[in-house]
Design a protein around this ligand. Structure first.
Ligand code: NAD
Length: 722
């Protein structure tokens, strides 16, 4: 029997209530693969044929309810598969439509996470009960993978909640709700504390509603908030695409546009026609390149990275109980907060008790906001803060099993603070530095146990940024790498692992983006166009405004140090055309960036007001233009090409690390799937990318010349994969 053999188990009681248990025998989670589709169709036919059917309860035997679409399948779909993809989407929709129009009550007993396809199955049920399990998430996150819910999720959320709420609360951001929030937002009808209660409530609904129908199948049903046919709603409708355009800033994200179109169009027709419209928009996304890129980075690569592809497997896992954070400035305070959040005891040390207290006060401020919004109880806040002990005394760090240093970016000072504490903390404590550029090998010279010394590069603001770049120095041991990896996972962040060199991977590659943007100013291009090119390429921060935030002095300091290091090693420093622009901004115009009150932008009370008119006066060449596409691609290519060189130089050892690190850490546009997936997915694949790089090299400089390894890969038909 196809239903038993595959994903759906049939259990029927004497009263005629059928419980469908989703339990794919081939996988640890249920997905919408071919076997499931077959089983769903057969199950629905069997329900139709069942005499004395009183009702249906759908639940799962897995930890999660249902995991959603089969991403392997979707990411294999090419444009020529469109017909097949459309047909598959319609099969699932038709089966779910039959289920909701059976004339018998159907209840979803959501025993765990119901994301994407999981929630779509539940939405086709007349009643949804969610088990209030910790970690359980409910939502339609398809947009974050460049897709839309193609199993009726758009049609049903719009009919259930109205166009506006469905778009803003569920579809466009792909938010994942905890069960209680799903209840508040009307995605489920009730919660249950345990499995028994959930099933009892499901049974009670079946008993009380012998002939359940969906609200939208009741004659005269009106979609909440109106449709384009209602004058009030129609008056507001033009604002929707306008807002979306503003949010996307011209970046190439097809999914939100298709979601908006499917949502609005679906309200103009009957449910069955609406399902066809949704399937068309879904098919276009599933067969396109952007969803492939995003699935690669945010699903496959992220899974590889977080599950420990970069961690030595033979080292036993350990958890950190007590951590010493040295330096309670912006980064130290954020690191202390993230550690305390994970339940770790934190000793936060600065030079004075006042400075250390200020670091702790930063946490108190973040928690106050949560308490004010009802997201944390005052007691939980107290408990959280009690885990952070501010101090100015090294002696207080006795027994700490890890040290994370975040003092000023100065090698002598960093050596000094490690000297102060290494005899006090546990004798085998892990020693980490949060330096953003200094070689780990150099810093390790200042400690007694260089094998236990490692780079742990956080990003600002630490409490929001999910990435940590782990830097393995020449003397770092495997044990230290494994422990650093485990510590990053313990505080629920994503670790990438790179080898030591100046700027590591992230700081080095983001430097290429900045240099390229600034070089265009030096060529006399319009600064407004440069900023616009960054926005339309999909960068979350425009290039000149980003540099103003970092300050122009920082890249110059790094450049000078790197230059010295290169020359000391007998090499020649290759100057970048962006450097002279930064030098003039600093030396001739005294405009170091936002913190100095003047940069590429003007500032009033620290707030950006407008681009500095002097840019036009002193740099721009009237009438000077290059193709806008070149402006965007120069920035993207500069970063992608340098990432290939990072692989060549063994700074990077994994493609997944490069993709995940670039989108989570340094704002490489998410639609690309990361620096190396961008090359894979470029029009014409690697050969297309190589040809375009040569074009850019001919027009703008040899820095765009593709590395030999990349040329060879293109010739061999290879792609970047681990
Ligand atoms: P910061 O100036 O905000 O904080 C540095 C803190 O270290 C200050 O509170 C200072 O009082 C303290 N300090 C100085 N000497 C000390 C000593 N002997 N013992 C204890 N504390 C001492 O700087 P920050 O922005 O937090 O940066 C700290 C480190 O993190 C630097 O190495 C920086 O390169 C790195 N980093 C910064 C960022 C960023 O975005 N700012 C990102 C990643 C890494």
């Amino acid at each position: 029997d196809v239903t038993d053999a595959a994903a759906i188990r049939w259990e029927q009681d004497q009263d005629g209530v059928v419980t469908l248990v989703l339990d794919d025998p081939a996988q640890s989670a249920n997905t919408m693969n071919a076997a499931f589709t077959d089983a769903l169709e057969a199950t629905v036919e069997r329900l139709k044929a069942t005499e004395n059917l009183r009702g249906v309860i759908i639940t799962s035997a897995k930890k999660t309810f249902f995991a959603g679409g089969d991403l392997k399948l979707i990411s294999a779909a090419r444009p020529e598969d469109a017909e097949q993809v459309f047909a598959n989407s319609m099969r699932i929709k038709r089966a779910l439509r039959t289920l909701e129009t059976l004339g018998r009550p159907v209840v979803a007993a959501i025993n765990g996470a119901a994301l994407g396809g999981g929630l779509e199955i539940a939405l086709a049920c007349h009643h949804r009960i969610a088990l209030d399990a910790p970690g359980s998430k409910i939502g339609l996150p398809e947009v974050t993978l460049g897709l839309l819910p193609g199993g009726g999720g758009v049609v049903r959320t719009v009919r259930l909640m109205g166009i506006t709420d469905a778009l803003l609360k569920v579809l466009l951001q792909g938010r994942q709700y905890r069960p209680a929030q799903a209840l508040e937002n009307g995605l489920v009808h009730e919660l249950a504390a345990d499995r028994e209660e959930m099933l009892a409530k499901a049974r009670a609904f079946v008993d009380a509603n012998p002939e359940a129908v969906q609200p939208w199948d009741v004659k005269g049903y009106r979609i909440p908030g109106g449709t384009p046919s209602s004058p009030a709603f129609a008056a507001n409708l033009p604002a929707f695409p306008a807002n979306l355009r503003k949010q996307l800033a011209g970046a190439p994200y097809p999914a939100p546009r298709n979601i908006l179109a499917a949502a609005v169009e679906s309200t103009q027709v009957d449910v069955d026609t609406a399902m066809v419209i949704e399937a068309r928009y879904f098919t276009e996304l599933a067969c396109g390149q952007t969803s492939k890129n995003m699935i690669q980075a945010f699903f496959f690569d992220m899974q590889a990275v977080n599950s420990g592809a970069g961690r030595p497997k033979d080292v036993l896992a350990r958890t950190v109980q007590k951590v010493a954070v040295l330096g309670a400035g912006m980064m130290g305070a954020g690191i202390a907060h993230s550690c305390a959040k994970a339940g770790i005891q934190v000793f936060l040390k600065d030079v004075t008790p006042e400075a250390a207290e200020r670091g702790k006060a930063y946490s108190a401020g973040l928690l106050d906001k949560l308490v004010a919004r009802g997201r944390m109880t005052p007691e939980a806040r107290e408990e959280f803060l009690a885990r952070i002990t501010p101090t100015a005394e090294a002696a207080d760090l006795a027994g700490c099993d890890a040290v994370i240093e975040a003092v000023f970016e100065n090698p002598e000072l960093k050596h000094k603070v490690f000297q102060e504490v290494q005899g006090v903390v546990a004798p085998d404590a892990l020693l980490c530095s949060n330096t953003s550029t200094l070689p780990i090998g150099l810093l390790a010279e200042g400690v007694d146990r260089p094998a236990d010394f490692i780079g742990l590069h956080f990003f600002s603001p630490v409490d929001k940024m999910p990435l940590v770049e782990i830097i393995v120095g020449p003397q770092t041991g495997r044990e230290a790498l494994a422990r650093a990896f485990d510590l990053v996972r313990q505080i629920a962040k994503t670790p990438i692992v790179v080898n030591d060199s100046r700027g590591f991977f992230t700081s080095r590659v983001i430097g290429q983006f900045i240099n390229e943007g600034v070089a265009m100013i030096g060529e006399g291009l319009d600064p407004v166009s440069v900023e616009q090119a960054a926005a339309q390429a999909g960068y979350p921060a425009k290039v000149l405004s980003l540099l103003d935030e970092l300050t122009l002095t920082l890249p110059r300091k790094i450049r000078n140090e790197s230059k010295l290091a290169v020359e000391a090693a007998g090499g020649t420093w290759r100057t970048h055309p962006g450097e002279v622009v930064m030098d003039r901004m600093l030396d001739e115009f005294d405009r170091p960036g936002r913190s100095g009150g003047a940069g590429f932008y003007e500032y009033q009370d620290g707030r950006r007001t407008r681009l500095w008119p002097g840019l036009r006066e002193h740099f721009a060449v009237p009438g000077k233009e290059i193709p806008f596409e070149d402006m965007k691609e120069r920035m993207l290519f500069a970063e992608a090409l340098d990432s290939v060189r990072c692989l060549d130089e063994n700074v990077l050892t994994s493609v997944a690390d490069a993709n995940v690190g670039s989108v989570l850490g340094i704002g490489f546009p998410a639609w690309t799937g990361g620096v190396l997936q961008y090359i894979n997915g470029y029009d014409g694949g690697l050969p297309g990318f190589v040809a375009r790089a040569r074009e850019l090299a001919a027009a703008y400089g040899e820095r765009f010349e593709p590395p030999a390894t990349l040329v060879r890969m293109a010739e061999e038909g290879a792609t970047f994969r681990d």
